[in-house]
Write a protein that binds this ligand. Structure first.
Ligand SMILES: [Zn+2]
Length: 264
């Protein structure tokens, strides 16, 4: 599932490929993929592309806002030819110059929502701070932990607490911080919250620089792969750098990898 670095990579690709282009039509191949507040598909020219958590936000000259969530397997593929398609094409945004942005999604959980720019979206309003922002501090994380008696890994995956982390990065951040993912978040001391915050920022920045992690379905907008997977320490690994076998468990329904020697 694309997480913050992968979505950020897609956003940067979109800025290069579709910024300034005028939307003339949206072709929906699977009903329900696009939910628009408008009856027409002439949404105007794309004026800005940004990210909030794992959401992609596209603004247009007609003051309309596209909110795109890739969920498990969604991909955006830019093509010069509006007639080209992809193996799991669910919708295509067509531009005036006959290029297109294909929304490809094997599992079909992804969506494109189009609403007025000024409208608030409940999912986005509910998101916690961006991990790379100044709002994400050790004090903030500690305060959030004290309100919830849950495992630290579950806390890191809660989008209301931090926006954009998913399973892979939460696992890697906890390994880098030397913390057992099963440990109750409210029992950690200040130094450990500081380590989590610092490692979160370092790991996400490095992953963005490397265009994210390519495990299965995530691809950059130009179909090239990211390369952060070369730096994964425990996710889907058999052996930790320390030589100890990596353990696999399930926390809140998600596969979790950790090293019982390095993470205590
Ligand atoms: Zn280890």
């Amino acid at each position: 599932m694309p997480e913050l670095p992968e979505v950020e990579t897609v956003v940067r690709g979109l800025r290069r490929s579709v910024l300034g282009k005028t939307v003339t039509d949206i072709v929906e191949h699977r009903p329900g993929t696009v939910r628009s507040s408008y009856t027409d598909a002439e949404h105007g020219a794309i004026t800005a592309v940004s990210r909030r958590g794992k959401y992609i936000l596209i603004m247009t000259s007609k003051r309309r806002k596209f909110i795109i969530h890739l969920r498990m397997t969604g991909k955006l593929i830019y093509t010069d030819d509006r007639n080209s398609t992809s193996s799991h094409c669910r919708a295509a945004v067509i531009f005036a110059d006959n290029s297109a942005l294909i929304f490809d999604d094997v599992r079909t959980f992804g969506s494109i929502r189009i609403i007025p720019e000024e409208s608030l979206s409940p999912q986005i309003e509910a998101l916690g701070p961006e991990p790379l922002s100044r709002r994400f501090t050790a004090d903030y994380l500690k305060e959030q932990a004290q309100q919830r008696k849950i495992a630290i890994k579950t806390l890191l995956l809660d989008q209301r607490v931090i926006a954009g982390l998913g399973n892979i990065y939460a696992i890697e951040i906890l390994h880098a911080s030397g913390i057992d993912p099963r440990q109750r978040a409210d029992t950690l001391n200040e130094a450990r919250f500081a380590a989590i915050v610092s490692n979160t920022k370092t790991i996400l920045k490095k992953a963005i620089r490397l265009n994210g992690t390519t495990i299965s379905d995530f691809r950059r907008i130009d179909e090239k792969s990211g390369s952060f997977q070369e730096f994964l320490a425990v996710y889907q690994k058999k052996t930790c750098r320390c030589g100890n076998p990596v353990e696999k468990t399930t926390i809140s329904g998600r596969s979790t990898y950790f090293c019982a020697v390095c993470q205590r």
